[in-house]
Every structure is written in C-alpha cells, then in structure tokens.
Design a protein around this ligand. Sequence first.
Ligand SMILES: [Zn+2]
Length: 334
Amino acid sequence: MNFKNIKSFCILSLLPFFLAVSYAETLSKHVIYSPLLKKEFKNQLNQDLDFLYSAQFGAYLSSPKSNPMFSKFFEQDSPMVTGADISEWIKKRAHFVIAQGDEKFLMSAKENVKYPNSKAKAYSQEWNNGFSAEVKIPEKKDFVPSKKSNVAMTNIGAFLYMDGKINKNLNAIMLPKSNTASEFVSYPITSPRAGIFMMGEGLFNPELSPNDQKVFSSNVANSIFRLSILIHESHHSDGNGRSLCFPHIVCPKGHSMEGRLACDYPVNGPYFYSFVFSTAMKNVYGKDLSYVERSILLLIDMDAASRLVPNDGNPSIPSFWDDEPEMLKEGVIN
Ligand SMILES: [Zn+2]
C-alpha cells in the first residue's frame, strides 16, 4: 500500500456506520444485516466489533501521550473510556448494515413533511449560498453509490434524512425485521440517527488494508482500520439544524485532496474522530502490530488529521459543533 492507495481509501471512505441495546453485549449482537451482504463481510465485521468491545484504554488514558479528545469524544458514564463505552457510542448511531443493491428498497413514505429546525440552515446549505462558492449540498446520488463503485462504508441513513429534509419528503427503506426473521419492514428515516450503513467491497480490499495478506482474519491492524471507518461514519449520524450530519467541506486549494468533499471544519468532525480513535487503538495494541502495519496506520492517521482545516478565519463557524441529533416529532410521519 502506498500514498496513492491511501488517497483512494480516503476517497472511498467519505462517509459513516451501526447498532442497539444492552450494555452487557457486544455490538455484533445488535446489528441487523441485509441478506444481500456477503457472509464473509458480515462475519469479519462481527469479529471486529467483538475486538472493539474487549479493548481497554486505562494505560493509554493515564499516559501523557493520550489525546484529551479521546475521553471528550467517547465519554459515556465514566471518563475512563473502555471498548464497551465506544461500542455503546456506536450503538446509538448504527443499527443496520446493508449491501450495495439494497438501495432499490428505498421509497418515499410521505410528502410535505415539516422537519424540525427547518429555519436553521445546515452549514452545508449556507456555504452553498455563497458563503463558500466551492461547497455544494450533497445530493442523494452522492450517498447512494452505484454498484460499479468500490464502496467502503457509507452512512446512507444520515444523508437520506438530510435529503428528506431538504426536499420536505420522508424517505423510508425496507429492511429485515431481524437477523433471523425473513420478514421485511419499512423503516421511515425520521432522524440522522437512522443508523443505516452500506458496506461494500472497498472495506475489505487488500490494496487498501494495512495488511493485504490477512484481510479476513483477526489481524489487529486491519480491524483498527475498519473500525476507524466505522467511527467516522457513525459520527455522520449526529447533529441538528446547522450541524446536521456533520457534513464535510470541499478541501481548500493546496490540500492533498483539493476540490474534493473530504475535509472538516470542526475539531469534533468525523475525520478527527477516526484519527483520535485509531491513535488510541494503536497505542494499546502497538505490540501486536508489525513495523509495516504500524507505518501504514500512521500514514492513514496523518491523512485523517490533515482533513481538519482552518475555518477561513470566519468566527461564525465554531470549532465544536453541536452533536445532539434532531428528530421528526412523533406522529408527523403517520
Ligand atoms: Zn465522512
């Protein structure tokens, strides 16, 4: 893997991911998977989720090397963050993992829907209206990739919510009721926390993985790589009004990703979330990583950190955005 591959990966991973309930279980017990998903993808992701659940960060958190954002980002009940806490954080933001092809089950459930915070333009809309001529509002086609593209992971639930809000339309999708039942249910997308993640070949592409020989295995480097993407995508399930879905901005002139919708203004944006998570995991599992794996993860992390760009000196763009999710009022969808 070289810099070019890392760039490709970063393009692929533009967006977020997963799940549901008791604190005492790993996320793999709660994710509902599409029947269209390859079994080896599902099994590998479940293995990654179990790995995350067992992670302990005590030594990292007490080390001067620890990033203060780690506790701030993932703190649940205690500042001593554990893998179970991070699993819980993801659980609020991710519920379904679907495959490329499942988008054919998308439908419009209702028109003329009144959304909350409808007068608070999302930052992305404001930029589109001249605040920054380079930025455009993401369109549905940007988040529902074609079958030909090599998708890693995309939080289409978050962006279908944004799409619905912009068009005053309620999107819905037919998904399995559970992992065991054959019954499908229509899920209206009433919040950016719908938690519907599309997973594709890109997440398991050997050329993009830190260890190209051990993609489907318990290899720690590859698990950290995939989980970091999951963290990034999960954070797109956050936000309300102006911060809705924590949209990316077009990278500025001179940036390695110049012109692409792949940078963030806020410190608590999706790229920095994945950077902070991956850095902590590398610290905890450093002894399990080969020199090459560690070097590649370092490059990926440096790339993620580089996506945090200055806000053009505009004081109206805060450094931290509100991550409280908005939601359609009960009854509006009926
Ligand atoms: Zn993203």
